[in-house]
Ligand binder design. Structure first.
Ligand SMILES: Nc1nc2c(ncn2[C@@H]2O[C@H](COP(=O)(O)OP(=O)(O)OP(=O)(O)O)[C@@H](O)[C@H]2O)c(=O)[nH]1
Ligand SMILES: [Mg+2]
Length: 216
């Protein structure tokens, strides 16, 4: 009985995600679902991305957070449309939350929507939101063993950003071990090394976003 209920929740979520996907496709909007542990740098990466790309790529952001509007306020200061979702304790966003948030965004004016999921490396990857791509961020201080220990998200994504590479000289993070474990889980995974703080490596991430927006 318990298993049936969970299955129904996931099926109901998939149905709403399909509606979101169809609407966004019709409008020609590409969608990225950003997933990471708390503090890996999702909002910092978004802030720099917006500052560097907003004139070139009209974009909007949906912010997911348990309780506060702090990340939404950080994004709002950059002058792009943003909707903050508070899950009230829930550990991930779901498609119905995103559907409601879409009603608040000027969809006809944007080409790219980036969704910052709730900081959590496990649950968010099980809930389709209607995105084109899930992107996972791991940061250097978390340790190089995280892909092997939290494998599910790495099997469901095609791009991993290794953030906070400015901290590599002060850390025992082993980049070779990290790549080995990522490739063992997902041989197709593309990895980009970035620092959202210093801007190092960010151009490759921007090229990825440009390519996504131009794709069919
Ligand atoms: N050194 C360094 N610090 C960074 C970098 N990116 C983010 N930070 C710092 O990491 C901390 C957390 O960054 P956030 O961007 O708030 O992380 P987040 O993933 O959005 O966090 P949650 O929304 O709570 O899950 C902040 O103090 C940032 O300044 C980076 O590339 N290098
Ligand atoms: Mg954040």
């Amino acid at each position: 009985m318990q298993i049936k209920v969970v299955a129904n929740v996931l099926k109901a979520n998939r149905d709403v995600a399909s509606e979101n996907r169809a609407l966004l496709k019709e409008l020609g909007i590409k969608v990225v679902n950003l997933i990471s542990s708390p503090g890996a740098g999702k909002t910092t990466l978004l802030e720099r991305t917006i500052a560097d790309l907003k004139e070139e790529l009209p974009l909007a952001v949906i912010e997911g957070d348990l309780m506060t509007t702090r990340d939404g306020e950080r994004i709002g200061r950059h002058g792009v449309p943003v909707v903050q979702i508070n899950t009230g304790g829930g550990c991930h966003l779901d498609a119905a939350m995103v559907k409601k948030a879409l009603e608040e965004l000027p969809l006809k004016e944007i080409k790219l929507l980036i969704i910052e999921n709730v900081g959590n490396l496990v649950c968010p990857s099980s809930f389709d939101l209607g995105e084109d791509e899930k992107v996972v961020i791991i940061s250097v201080p978390e340790g190089d063993d995280k892909p092997a220990k939290y494998p599910v998200t790495f099997r469901r994504t095609r791009l991993c950003l290794l953030n906070k590479i400015d901290l590599l000289p002060y850390s025992n993070f082993n980049v070779d071990n990290f790549y080995r474990d990522v490739r063992a889980l997902n041989p197709e995974m593309k990895v980009l090394q970035v620092s959202a703080l210093t801007g190092e490596g960010m151009e490759a991430w921007y090229n990825y976003l440009r390519g996504l927006v131009q794709s069919n």
